[in-house]
Write a protein of this length. Structure first.
Length: 284
């Protein structure tokens, strides 16, 4: 039987009060609730405070380049589709540097879960505006205020027909845990965008600011595969900010078309080296 202690308890480098602690707790609890043992799980990350999260978990980990959490996650899932694969990233990491990977993996629909720590700021590099920063937000770099239109990751994902789109809040761990469980159980590309206050560099979108605005959407408000309704709800932002599952749809998964995977995970197969050896011999 899996317990939360199986995932370890490590000293972190996050600021006291950081919303990342809640996300770490929710991920550990979700994996435990689903009975996933550490050796059955791989978490891939890029660069940033969010991407340090796998360092604080006892499981399989791949820590890669900035904006590149998704490529190794997908490679690992194809090589061993029996693994439960998660990718974690920040809003700058995923929607900025990694925006191209985000868009095209929505199209591919690999069976992985992407958890984005969306704090609307670059935390590791000390407070620059990110793709999701509010209009007018002043930072040490954007001292006249942000003038670029904030990216709406949920609306973008839904417009591209992402098979699972949701939003959680670091101030509500039980609800976030439930969302992560449902995302992992969904077969396909699952987005969990997490509103995660940065207590050091984002003085606008604080825990107080979010707590006065977030609310859970009513289950059954609309069929979750109605994309237009989901898109309309994703545009709600400001005085009221909805949380929950916005869109869910069954779609073919990337890898289903690969006959080589039907006999089992690639990592368990016996390499066939004859043709490779012939090619190598041809260069000698």
């Amino acid at each position: 039987m899996v317990s939360i202690e199986d995932y370890g308890d490590y000293e972190t480098e996050w600021c006291p009060g950081c919303g990342n602690f809640a996300i770490l707790k929710a991920i550990k609890q979700a994996l435990t609730n689903l009975g996933k043992a550490p050796h059955e799980v791989l978490i891939a990350s890029g660069i940033g405070q969010s991407s340090k999260l796998p360092h604080y978990l006892k499981c399989n980990v791949f820590n890669g380049l900035h904006g590149r959490s998704l490529p190794p996650a997908i490679g690992a899932k194809i090589a061993n589709h029996e693994l439960t694969v998660l990718a974690v990233a920040g809003d700058g990491d995923c929607y900025g540097e990694g925006g191209n990977h985000f868009i095209h993996n929505v199209r591919r629909n690999p069976d992985i879960t992407l958890i984005v720590h969306d704090n609307q700021i670059y935390g590791l590099t000390k407070g620059q505006a990110s793709p999701t920063s509010e209009l007018g937000m002043k930072t040490k770099i954007q001292n006249h205020g942000v003038f670029n239109t904030p990216l709406n990751p949920l609306a973008m994902a839904i417009s591209l027909d992402c098979s699972f789109v949701s939003r959680g809040y670091a101030g509500d761990v039980p609800h976030l845990t439930e969302l992560i469980e449902k995302a992992i159980n969904h077969r396909g590309f699952s987005l969990v965008d997490v509103l995660q206050p940065c207590v050091s560099f984002n003085k606008l979108n604080t825990f107080k600011w979010y707590s006065e605005r977030v609310y859970k959407m009513d289950e059954g408000e609309y069929p979750l595969d109605e994309r237009v309704r989901a898109f309309e709800r994703s545009l709600e932002w400001g005085e009221k900010i909805p949380l929950g599952i916005f869109y869910e749809k069954d779609k073919p998964v990337f890898g289903d078309h690969l006959d080589v995977l039907k006999s089992g995970p690639l990592v368990k197969g016996k390499p066939e080296t004859e043709k490779i050896n012939e090619l190598i011999d041809g260069f000698i």
